[in-house]
Design a protein around this ligand. Structure first.
Ligand code: GLA
Length: 335
């Protein structure tokens, strides 16, 4: 009798441990790992994207691998590295959209699912690679919001448009940048702003320092204007122009810059005790670009459901007076 009970207990223990062993094997097979590569990890927009991607990772229970990839070589080695780590897919904002065919080929060779964010890959002839799911901003429309915001402020201040110069900080090799600044230019011109007063200021790289240098040239060459406005691809571009104008005595009273982004670069500017020439920003959604892209990739890996080929997100204009309300409306937590 004693012996029978002992044997039954033993059998139960063996079954239980086999079941547990099975579960842990299944769990290991289920481990989802997703890479999130960004071109400029030091830029607050990308840090916010990562922050929101982490939220998706916690909620869904996958591992997020954040990689800063500022060059083509970094991108290629990061993709191999992800494959070696047994990741199943990655999301990327590439340092150069022309790397498109190379990134697609590498992802395929490494058997990794690929989705792009912010900057859409192009093929050898400069056309978007439509087979890769992408989430970006509706660049031209958001640019228009910038231009309309600047035009409204010029009118509110009662400036004569012929006395106003516009610094258009451009970065033509990036299609989303081209579309954003074109939208802003078109809206300004539609509002009656003289086209001849718009000065293209090409920046060599998309950061504040390069925008500052580009804007300085525009200012030096055009001493005839009494007031200035500025726009560009993102908040960093406009901050560069604002700092350059400040250096020449054009402060908040004579400068209206409106950026795109709404991350810390803009928020810090609004927190300064006195207004600066950085008048506003069109806030876009790092939540959608970080959290939603990651969740879409997770669903693709776990359920085989591919993300939509193209998702374009919108933005809302905010100034220092209403930035908290606008952020709240966009589902971005208070900072
Ligand atoms: C580009 C810009 C970033 C940011 C994103 C938003 O990648 O370089 O600063 O504006 O677009 O999609």
């Amino acid at each position: 009798m004693q012996r029978r009970i002992f044997l039954t207990l033993m059998a139960a223990a063996v079954t239980a441990s086999a079941a547990l062993g099975g579960a842990s094997i299944a769990q290991a097979a289920d481990q989802v790992k997703i890479g999130f590569l960004v071109k400029q990890p030091e830029e607050p927009w990308f840090q916010d994207e990562w922050k929101f991607a982490e939220i998706a990772a916690k909620e869904k229970g996958f591992t997020l691998v954040k990689i800063g990839a500022p060059s083509g070589e970094k991108v290629m080695s990061a993709i191999d590295n992800l494959a070696a780590q047994k990741a199943q897919g990655f999301i990327i904002c590439t340092p150069d959209v022309k790397l498109g065919p190379g990134i697609v080929a590498k992802a395929k060779a490494d058997n990794l699912k690929l989705m792009t964010v912010d900057d859409r890959l192009v093929d050898g002839s400069g056309k978007p690679i439509e087979s890769v799911p992408h989430m970006g901003i509706s660049a031209y429309n958001i640019g228009k919001q910038v231009g309309e915001g600047i035009a409204a402020e010029i009118k509110k201040r009662g400036w004569d448009m012929k006395d106003v110069g516009a610094i258009d900080v451009t970065y033509e090799q990036l299609p989303t940048a081209h579309d954003r600044t074109t939208g802003a230019t078109d809206a300004l011109v539609a509002a009656g702003f003289p086209k001849a007063n718009i000065i293209a200021a090409p920046q060599a790289k998309t950061d504040t320092e390069n925008a500052f240098n580009a804007a300085n040239i525009a200012l030096t060459k055009n001493p005839q204007y009494k007031h200035w406005v500025a726009y560009g691809l993102n908040d960093e571009a406009v901050l560069g122009a604002v700092r350059a104008a400040e250096g020449r005595g054009f402060k908040a009273d004579n400068m209206v810059g409106i950026g795109i982004g709404g991350a810390d670069s803009a928020l810090n500017e609004f927190k300064k005790p006195e207004p600066t020439g950085f008048f506003g920003t069109v806030i876009i959604s790092p939540k959608r670009h970080g959290e939603e892209t990651s969740a879409l990739m997770y669903t693709w890996i776990t359920q085989g459901k591919e993300p939509p080929k193209l998702t374009l997100t919108s933005g809302m204009l905010a100034t220092r007076d209403n930035v908290s309300q606008v952020r709240e409306q966009m589902g971005l937590a208070a900072k």
